[in-house]
Write a protein that binds this ligand. Sequence first.
Ligand code: PGA
Length: 257
Amino acid sequence: MLVVIKKDYEEVSSEAARIIAGAVRSNPTIVLGLATGSTPLGLYKELIALHRAGDLDFSQATSFNLDEYLGLPASHPQSFHFFMKQNFFSHVNLSSANVHIPDGTISGDYDAYCAQYEQCIKAAGGIDLQILGIGRNGHVGFNEPTSSLASRTRLKALSRETVDDNRHFFANESEMPKCAITMGIGTILDSRRVLLLASGRSKAAAVAKAIEGPITSSVSASALQMHADVTFMKRSVTNANRWRHRRHKISPRRLQR
Ligand code: PGA
């Protein structure tokens, strides 16, 4: 496990983009596992900039997103389909035929749909590089605490913490879906390489547990300790503290200079 600590969010984003761009250049037919959330936004911006500069070609790449809210159509502004389109796909040349995101509008045989998603990943040759964020409760994708470490793509009920963290995106809590379709921890562990990004003090405890704690289904990200090629890239909380501390120590007179 590689733990890379960067000064700030911008550095986390640009270093992650550098790694992904390098992987795409060395393997143009790469299969990427993509994540949504506020954490990878900076990374997507960097990748878009590289693409616009003519430095990065996604035309032969394939992508699989980790998850989608159950019940939200692709046109819903809070759906992960919408997020990906707005923040990445509409700005780069990834072919829509090669883009895969679980369909939040399916009903009926969820197990069959999820098995098909797994099959599709397999048929594409497996995920070469999986990007992950991490939840305050240590979830990756929507693998909430107590998810089986061997789980595959499936329907999953969202935890209270996840609902609390995301309900402000919806007009009222009742509109927020209570379930999602998510790749499983087993699906994620099958990726050849994993890059987890974390930024923000609220994530520090989850990151520490994932890296240093016991491997436990209470912290889904701790399963990554079993992966042979995983990088945790995080912003330095210590550094942020030091700057905050310094700021408090600076007298108003010095600030005026
Ligand atoms: P965030 O979410 O990037 O919006 O903090 C990450 C996650 O919950 O996996």
